[in-house]
Ligand binder design. Structure first.
Ligand code: FES
Length: 195
């Protein structure tokens, strides 16, 4: 039960290093995970000792947040976004296809799971692969990224340039006049509120 305790349920001892100790515990855990790749049981003692709080408080925070790993990560950890914007252009089929590819290729240590929104909705369908965030995926391109990761290759960095052209979700697409009228009406309302 201790492992299910969240920050809100942590006792006052966990908050002792400052007004709210949980962010400090999180920072400590992130540092350990960044160094070791996960949080070994022994490593949880370091933040507990340094912050002088009970070990079970640190374990409570570590087990509450999905970001923290309590076991070594797989060699290739993939997450295909399953939220609506990625689901519509075929994320489920994408995930299924790459699972088939992983099995057919005999890749060991590869996990492809469902993930929540990765902030790439305008580049759907998207997936996370180890530390990389990938967008505009097809089953072929995602399979190629998995092959690259398995071989120890470098995955592409994030796309930072804004997307050009209309968005699929643009409600005023094809009616620029309506968009302009909406801006004019909003500006008019703002002027009325100021007067
Ligand atoms: S819904 Fe998939 S990246 Fe946002």
């Amino acid at each position: 039960m201790t492992g299910l305790r969240g920050p809100a349920q942590l006792g006052s001892a966990a908050r002792s290093p400052g007004a709210d100790g949980v962010p400090i515990i999180i920072d400590e855990l992130r540092a350990v995970q960044s160094e070791q790749g996960y949080l070994p049981a022994d490593a949880l003692r370091m933040p507990a000792d340094r912050l002088q709080i009970p070990l079970y408080h640190v374990q409570g925070v570590a087990s509450f947040f999905p970001h923290f790993r309590l076991a070594p990560p797989p060699a290739v950890d993939g997450g295909v976004c399953a939220d609506m914007t990625c689901h519509l252009p075929g994320a489920a089929a994408l995930r299924s296809a790459v699972e088939t590819h992983v099995n057919a290729a005999g890749h060991a240590g590869v996990v492809v799971r469902a993930a929540s929104c990765l902030g790439q909705c305008d580049r759907a369908p998207a997936a996370a692969m180890n530390e990389a965030i990938l967008g505009r995926l097809t089953s072929q391109s995602l399979a190629a990224h998995i092959d690259t990761a398995v071989a120890g290759g470098r995955l592409p960095g994030p796309e930072l340039s804004p997307r050009r052209g209309p968005l699929l979700l643009d409600p005023y697409d094809g009616d620029r006049g309506r968009s302009q009228r909406r801006r004019t009406a909003t500006a008019g309302l703002a002027a009325l509120e100021l007067s």
